[in-house]
Write a protein that binds this ligand. Structure first.
Ligand SMILES: O=C(O)c1ccccc1NCC(=O)[C@H](O)[C@H](O)COP(=O)(O)O
Length: 210
């Protein structure tokens, strides 16, 4: 079974569904422009119901040191996900500052984006390989866009990685088969509308990724 990260959780019922269905990672979005955004206090309350052994991932976009430290003072995160234009050096700084593993998101739209997988793979603990957001997008992720999975076929990886971008209960099994991904991430593919997770879709997605 592939590891599954359900991203953008903001209500207790969805967290319960994800936990019971066997999610490995639960993602909490600390980016105010997102319809999935939570405050550190809201995240802390939601995380109280998460069993030990399931990683609580905090998603940040170009965070300042202050945003990271004030969030961590309230919300007990296990992993930091960086989903902005953070440089390789900044990834290293965030690891040092927080003492936590960092998952760096890499946006892919074509072969020209693949070298970043090596550059960031040298410093990040994990990679999240996602569809690159359009230039005019409000959100750098969570847009339900698929990239050409064939770009990843046969690739040797320096680090553990999750496949993301437009995954749904209907296409996740084929995405895993084609890319060999051992982990997958989903947000909008398990929502009934932007920011509203659907427990049935969460269960279907995790079952299909098994
Ligand atoms: O989901 C968001 O609202 C979001 C906002 C800002 C930066 C990143 C965001 N999501 C990142 C994720 O990890 C998503 O799960 C990933 O992009 C896949 O999203 P989707 O294509 O909707 O499944």
């Amino acid at each position: 079974m592939a590891q599954v990260k359900i991203c953008g959780l903001s209500d207790p019922a969805s967290i319960e569904a994800a936990v019971k269905a066997g999610a490995t990672y639960l993602g909490f979005v600390f980016f105010p422009k997102s319809p999935r955004a939570v405050t550190p206090e809201q995240a802390a309350a939601l995380m109280a119901a998460v069993p030990v052994g399931i990683a609580k991932v905090g998603l940040f976009v170009n965070p300042s040191d202050e945003q990271l430290t004030t969030t961590l003072a309230v919300a007990p995160l296990d992993v930091i996900q960086l989903h902005g234009q953070e440089s390789v050096d900044r990834v290293a700084q965030v690891k040092e500052l927080t003492g936590l593993p960092v998952m760096k998101a890499i946006g892919i739209s074509g072969p020209e984006d693949l070298p970043a997988l090596i550059d960031y793979g040298l410093v990040a603990d994990m990679l999240l390989v996602d569809a690159k957001a359009p230039k005019d997008a409000i959100l750098p992720g969570g847009n339900g866009l698929v990239f050409d999975w064939r770009l990843l076929v046969g690739r040797k990886w320096l680090r553990p990685w999750l496949l993301a971008g437009g995954l749904t209960p209907s296409n996740v099994a084929e995405a895993i088969r084609l890319t060999g991904a051992r982990g997958v991430d989903v947000s909008s593919g398990v929502e009934s509308e932007p920011g509203i997770k659907d427990a049935n879709l969460i269960r279907s997605f995790i079952s299909a990724a098994s």
